[in-house]
Design a protein around this ligand. Structure first.
Ligand SMILES: O=C(O)CCC(=O)C(=O)O
Length: 274
């Protein structure tokens, strides 16, 4: 798979090579302490007054939500103005980068909530290869607190796994896409997979492709929440593709199927405008 190489002022070649080969790489200290605090305050505001996309599962100690940047000014300033767009440009090799959406994953101390093994792009109504996330740690994250785990290299499998809800009930599960296959039961046979994960400090991030297989266990740490804030960016090879089985909340009917994502609904974050 040939990929565009762009000179980058923010990320070194070794990191880019690891990202492209493994599908995932940890980025240390990419969000400064002041922004970590602002994002934490944003999370607290969202949890106190949840926006329409919020999903709180009290029985398992989980709180999530998406497209927060459309309703919270701090998140908006962060996703449009942080250096992550520039990172994405170098990492997936696109001169132009657009904001796709953001998503919150909070596991309370002691939360039993796992996130089942999945890859992201089958959930998302887009096709193309230049699709990636930065999962930003807002707390210290380690094996006890349900850090996200990844199957190294699985982004290159080109296997599309059927989305599943991770809500405690299946009431709002995703429509079956006949072109998708069931996600493998990684938990049942962990040794068969090359699983990688990273201990993180607040302000560290994990960068990963939308096609990598990943999941997380519950937060068995009774003393610490695990707040993760994921920001997703797209490059110029991405097209709108509202396939069956994708998340309705991410559909955007102003675009025709097959259209490039050239709309202010997905604003350009890199290069930065004056
Ligand atoms: O935060 C988690 O446990 C899961 C994150 C995830 O699946 C994602 O960011 O795509």
């Amino acid at each position: 798979m040939s990929q565009t190489v762009l000179d980058s002022a923010v990320v070194d070649n070794e990191t880019i090579e690891q990202f492209r080969a493994d599908g995932v790489v940890a980025l240390r200290n990419v969000v400064d302490a002041e922004w970590v605090e602002r994002l934490r305050e944003g999370v607290a505001a969202e949890m106190a007054d949840p926006s329409p996309t919020a999903h709180a599962y009290e029985s398992t100690g989980f709180f999530g939500g998406l497209d927060l940047w459309r309703v919270h000014a701090d998140f908006e300033e962060f996703v449009l103005g942080s250096r992550l767009g520039e990172y994405a440009s170098a990492m997936f090799g696109s001169l132009t980068v657009r904001m796709y959406y953001d998503q919150l994953f909070v596991k309370a101390p002691g939360a039993s909530q796992p996130v089942p093994w999945h890859n992201d792009q089958p959930y998302w109504p887009i096709s193309g290869r230049q699709v990636m996330s930065f999962w930003i740690a807002l707390d210290e994250v380690d094996a006890t607190s349900g850090r996200v785990e990844y199957v190294r290299g699985s982004h290159a499998w080109d296997r599309w796994f059927q989305p599943r809800t991770f809500a405690p009930t299946n009431a709002h599960d995703y429509k079956q896409n006949p072109d998708y296959e069931p996600a493998p039961d990684v938990e049942a046979d962990r040794d068969a997979y090359d699983i990688v994960s990273f201990d993180l400090q607040p302000g560290d991030a994990v960068a990963f492709w939308a096609m990598i297989l990943h999941g997380s266990r519950g937060n068995s740490n009774q003393g610490r929440a695990r707040r993760g804030y994921a920001v997703r960016y797209i490059g110029t090879d991405v097209r709108y593709d509202p396939r069956i089985g994708t998340a309705e909340a991410l559909h955007y009917d102003e675009l025709e199927p097959g259209a490039p994502m050239e709309t202010d609904h997905y604003p350009i974050v890199w290069p930065r405008s004056a």
